[in-house]
Design a protein around this ligand. Structure first.
Ligand SMILES: Nc1nc2c(ncn2[C@@H]2O[C@H](COP(=O)(O)OP(=O)(O)OP(=O)(O)O)[C@@H](O)[C@H]2O)c(=O)[nH]1
Length: 344
């Protein structure tokens, strides 16, 4: 049986961890290049765009502190990217802007996809690239002195390619990240969620409990004398028993409950909208089902039993670690009380 210290809550697994450093680099670049371009535009007498660059540089520097810590990163990315791309569009329209300044437009799909993902980023990139294309044709489309149709087509095709590659890159990155998250949150043997997933679900369940007072119970389950199963039938049979128990939990619990394998022969269950009296009934049902039906494997029938400790969010603790400790102590009482029983 695991000791209480083994029940520490896992850290939630963050999504899109790359976005914060990408935004920070963009903010530093904006401040640095904004200063350089503002000086050049001052020398060229392009005061409107110079002022816009100074404002964006100062804005970027002031956001750096916020971006380091904020939990609303997506919001701040939008707060920054919309004016950033809009100032870029304004720079394209100014009479002193050279055609080569349009090269900066190629940054739009890359930054949008990296910072906002495939859907929002793709939509934002498409919008601003279309606006940039319209400005380009408005300024140079009818100008016979500016290149020829082939060079314009080259720029347009390069833009489409960069949009396509950054979109495909983002889609593959998101898929890989989702798969990694699934693996990080799943027990590979039983396919049940693991302790890290339990920690994630606890955060949202606790928020619901605080908002609307809905009760939540944690069951801690430990198979009895599981070492003897391994010793007598072999490790493969022990694995089969763990999968058998996982299947029993899946079959008997409601979809709103969450059964996890915490490690070894230990399982944890969150029973949503359940007080400890109802939780005891559920636990008794599970205990009885495991005790009544042996795990059959080839010509073996492996008799099982399990001990269960119950804790309720609120009366037994307000954070996951305390709740785990309370459930674990009751599980320990069930063990020393003779096993194959529920305490809660
Ligand atoms: N087959 C298999 N065995 C495992 C796995 N993880 C842990 N174990 C075994 O589970 C056993 C746990 O033994 P103990 O902690 O002594 O617990 P127990 O024999 O169930 O005794 P009580 O909990 O006191 O009833 C150990 O023999 C571990 O090697 C696993 O993934 N597969």
């Amino acid at each position: 049986m695991a000791m209480p210290s083994g029940s520490r809550a896992a850290e939630p697994i963050p999504a899109h961890v790359h976005r914060r450093p990408v935004l920070q680099v963009l903010l530093w670049f904006t401040a640095a290049f904004g200063t350089i371009f503002a000086i050049l535009n001052y020398r060229n007498g392009n005061y409107g765009i110079m002022a816009a660059e100074i404002v964006m540089g100062v804005f970027a520097l002031s956001l750096l502190r916020i971006v380091r810590r904020t939990v609303h990163l997506q919001r701040w990315i939008l707060v920054y990217l919309v004016p950033f791309f809009s100032v870029m569009m304004y720079a394209l329209t100014t009479s002193l802007a050279a055609p080569t300044i349009f090269a900066w437009v190629l940054l739009i799909p890359i930054l949008s996809h990296l910072l906002l993902g495939r859907w929002v980023g793709g939509a934002m990139a498409a919008f601003y690239m279309l606006v940039a294309g319209a400005i380009f044709f408005w300024k140079f489309g009818l100008d016979p002195g500016f290149g020829n149709a082939r060079s314009v087509a080259n720029v347009a095709l390069a833009s489409v390619c960069i949009f396509g590659f950054s979109y495909v890159y983002e889609v593959s990155r998101e898929n890989a990240e989702n798969q990694l998250r699934r693996m990080a949150l799943t027990d590979p043997l039983t396919g049940l969620p693991n302790r890290a997933r339990l920690g994630e679900v606890f955060d949202s369940e606790k928020a619901r409990h605080l908002r609307s007072g809905t009760p939540l119970c944690l069951l801690m389950i430990d198979l009895d004398h599981f070492k003897q199963v391994n010793d007598r039938y072999g490790h493969d049979a022990g694995d089969a028993v763990l999968c058998f128990v996982a299947d029993t939990l899946r079959e008997r619990l409601r979809p709103s409950d969450l059964a996890c394998r915490l490690g070894g022969e230990e399982f944890g269950i969150f029973l949503a909208e359940t007080e400890s009296r109802q939780a005891r009934a559920v636990a008794e049902d599970l205990r009885g089902a495991i005790a009544a039906e042996p795990c059959r494997r080839a010509d073996q029938a492996i008799d099982l039993s399990m001990s269960i400790g119950i804790a309720q969010l609120g009366p037994d603790g307000d954070d996951l670690e305390t709740l785990f400790n309370a459930a674990d102590q009751r599980l320990y009482q069930a063990k020393i009380g003779g096993r194959n029983q529920v305490v809660g």
